[in-house]
Design a protein. Structure first.
Length: 137
């Protein structure tokens, strides 16, 4: 069992928080807080592993990582709340609405139209919140 309070785990967590703060734009802390009273270890691992270990790797740029994440979440389906967070993050790291929509169009060929339509619906909600509609490609 991992001791999330060990110095090594705290270092991973702090590194993850720094990466998260640089790309997220504010959505993730609410997700982490919502897990705090029932699964604090899960919240810790999302930050430490997901962002401190994986997202912090220098081999891909944040834009590239977000394109991958969008495609995977759209293909999985049933991940709309997480997809919403990552559409916001994608905009934060500099992807355009057109690039995000194109990612979902591309996903349709591999995961099917229903998954792509659901993903575009999530993106449309975020774009509307940010005043980015209509998207013209």
């Amino acid at each position: 069992m991992t001791d999330i309070n060990s110095p090594e785990e705290q270092a991973r967590y702090e590194r993850g928080l720094a990466v998260l703060a640089a790309v997220d734009g504010g959505s993730a802390p609410a997700v982490m807080e919502s897990l705090g009273d029932v699964a604090p270890a899960l919240a810790h691992h999302i930050v430490a592993f997901g962002f401190g270990d994986i997202y912090a790797r220098p081999q891909l740029e944040p834009k590239q990582r977000q394109l991958i994440t969008l495609g995977i979440l759209a293909a999985l389906g049933g991940c709309e709340p997480e997809l919403e967070v990552h559409v916001r993050t994608s905009l934060n790291v500099g992807l355009t609405p057109t690039e995000i929509v194109e990612t979902f169009i591309h996903t349709a060929g591999y995961a099917g139209f229903p998954r792509a339509i659901n993903a575009v619906g999530v993106a449309k909600k975020v774009f509307a919140e940010r005043g980015l509609l209509p998207v013209v490609d």
